[in-house]
Design a protein. Structure first.
Length: 159
């Protein structure tokens, strides 16, 4: 083979290798949770959408793993998703019976893992019963006293 053949082969290999290097993701961003909060014990769901990019260009075909920090707050229905042509992946969060704040994490596993997280608020359900009352049992005639009533939903979350 002559020098031109080797030069052409080398250039061809470089042209094929350059785009492959550009496809390595270097950023993951959580775009949204829709809606911004859900109700404990309900059939409500929230969609968590992430964007995976390389130098601000979307990267498709990347596997994203979604997780919830505490399973008492809920679960992710489709915890492993692949990014589409726009570099986006979405998972569905289903709330449990506990109110509070669920931290949802999206992670791309590679040599240097990429990770992003978002907090999703979980509100209590409708009031169900009185949990406790506080007041002073002795009040002077004509006086006043504070009465505090604590209510909970049917899962024990304070309303």
């Amino acid at each position: 083979m002559n020098v031109w053949t080797y030069a052409c082969l080398t250039m061809g290999l470089l042209l094929f290798a350059a785009p492959a290097g550009a496809l390595i993701p270097d950023n993951i961003e959580i775009l949204s949770t829709s809606p911004g909060w859900v109700t404990a014990g309900s059939s409500d769901t929230a969609t968590v959408t992430v964007l995976v990019t390389n130098s601000s260009s979307p990267v498709s075909g990347v596997v994203v793993d979604f997780a919830v920090d505490n399973s008492t707050y809920g679960s992710i229905a489709n915890a492993r998703m692949e990014t589409d042509e726009a570099g986006k992946a979405a998972a569905v969060f289903r709330p449990g019976t506990r109110s509070g704040t669920a931290r949802i994490t999206a992670r791309v596993a590679q040599d240097e893992p990429l990770e992003g997280s978002v907090d999703l608020s979980i509100d209590h359900a409708a009031p169900y019963q009185i949990d406790n009352t506080w007041y002073s049992p002795k009040v002077t005639a004509g006086g006043t006293t504070d009465i505090t009533v604590r209510m909970v939903d049917r899962y024990g979350n304070v309303v």
